[in-house]
Design a protein around this ligand. Structure first.
Ligand SMILES: [Zn+2]
Length: 387
């Protein structure tokens, strides 16, 4: 099986660190608002990957996180305050809606579904290792990662410092934090301010009261649940810098083991009406709305018609066409005939070539008038469709 590794920017033969087991970490949601089709695309793409790995005989250990607390002021905490809710009420509400949407789409639930707020000790342990290794430094009870101590910082994104600075500014990375030695240093622990507003939570740590940085959360949860070296780390392409770059620096800096993740897989961005779907632009299509009208199979089919690495634009026509195609496929495979074109062998070749699910779906539709219903049904069930 070959998969595209963002770290090497090439398709590589997949081989797991341990025989027949795969450790997989996928960055989860920050639950302060509704989740949209861009999220569903990422998680259903990884769902398809897990299913193909299982078909290949691997046991998959899968961790996904919920960023229910972080060092930022303008996502969860701002929204909770605006709505007169606690951060726990807000994050619990949006997480349960997300899980309900994903269950509707018949996702394989992660083995470890971890909430950042419940993993503080794992994070502070990792930060202490970075301090001990003199890669991190403490200033006035906040802790930062010194990126100049990381020789290969930037090896995933391959961005230069100016490009990093621009993105870090957009990502609310605290580039203007005067306590940092370098504006691009990564916040590992953010101190509780003396006059801190009541709506901002804080946790105990060896460095004093405060809260963890977003990036150290995923590093700590990945290492704690899957080990110091993992097979696959995934997420949306917009997380490559700063989030995944920081994760690599933190774990490799703490453990000395390289690589932290053998394969980095990134999903493409979903656009709607000409722009990337995003909360800030407000051009969102929600699974919770689509599911009022379309079956789980139709939505899954529409998502998987796009290769996981591609950037694509959602249109209502695309959803309608997917629903009609799914209807035709459903009717065809109810016939239970086992003659006609058998797509099994070609399908497996396509799936093993960087997860070409869309080509499998095309192959089935192209041959729908004369297709082996029994074999087709099995392929689709293996990809998470329910009949
Ligand atoms: Zn993450």
């Amino acid at each position: 099986m070959r998969i595209y590794n963002s770290l090497t920017r090439s398709k590589q033969e997949f081989s797991s660190l341990s025989p027949k087991t795969v450790s997989l970490y996928v960055c989860g949601i920050t639950p302060y608002d509704t989740t949209h089709l861009g999220h569903a695309f990422t998680y259903i793409s990884f769902d398809a990957l897990i299913r193909v790995l299982k078909l290949k005989g691997y046991k998959v250990s899968y961790t996904q996180n919920v960023t229910d607390i972080n060092d930022r002021d303008n996502d969860i905490l701002k929204r909770a305050k605006e709505q007169g809710k606690t951060w726990q009420e807000l994050t619990k509400y949006w997480t349960s809606l997300f899980l309900s949407d994903m269950e509707y789409l018949n996702w394989i639930k992660p083995d470890n579904y971890l909430y950042a707020s419940k993993q503080i000790k794992q994070m502070t342990d990792l930060i202490e290792k970075l301090l001990k290794n003199e890669i991190a430094y403490e200033v006035n009870s906040s802790v930062y990662l010194d990126i100049l101590k990381i020789n290969d910082f930037g090896k995933l994104s391959k961005l230069n410092k100016d490009e990093m600075f621009k993105i870090a500014t957009d990502f609310e990375e605290g580039v203007d934090d005067k306590q940092k030695r370098n504006p691009l240093d990564i916040t590992l622990w953010k101190k509780r301010e003396e006059n801190q507003s009541n709506h901002i939570p804080f946790f105990e740590s060896p460095f004093g009261l405060g809260r963890p940085g977003w990036h150290i959360e995923c590093s700590a949860m990945a290492v704690d649940s899957l080990g110091e070296q993992i097979d696959i780390h995934g997420g949306g392409r917009d997380l490559i810098y700063p989030h995944h770059e920081a994760e690599i620096a933190q774990v490799e800096g703490a453990t000395g083991k390289i690589p932290f993740a053998k394969y980095w897989l990134h999903t493409g961005q979903v656009a709607y009406r000409g722009e990337k779907m995003s909360k800030s632009l407000g051009n969102l299509v929600m699974v919770s709305d689509l599911r009022k009208k379309y079956s789980a199979n139709a939505i899954r089919y529409m998502l998987l018609l796009n290769h996981y690495r591609s950037d694509w634009e959602y249109t209502e026509e695309m959803m309608e066409r997917a629903a009609l195609a799914m209807d035709l496929i459903s009717k065809t495979i109810q016939k239970i005939n086992s003659s006609g074109f058998d797509p099994s062998k070609d399908s497996m070749i396509l799936l093993e070539d960087d997860l070409n699910v869309h080509k499998v779906l095309d192959l089935i539709m192209t041959n729908i008038r004369n297709i082996n219903a029994v074999k087709t049904r099995t392929i689709l069930e293996n990809l998470g469709f329910i009949f």
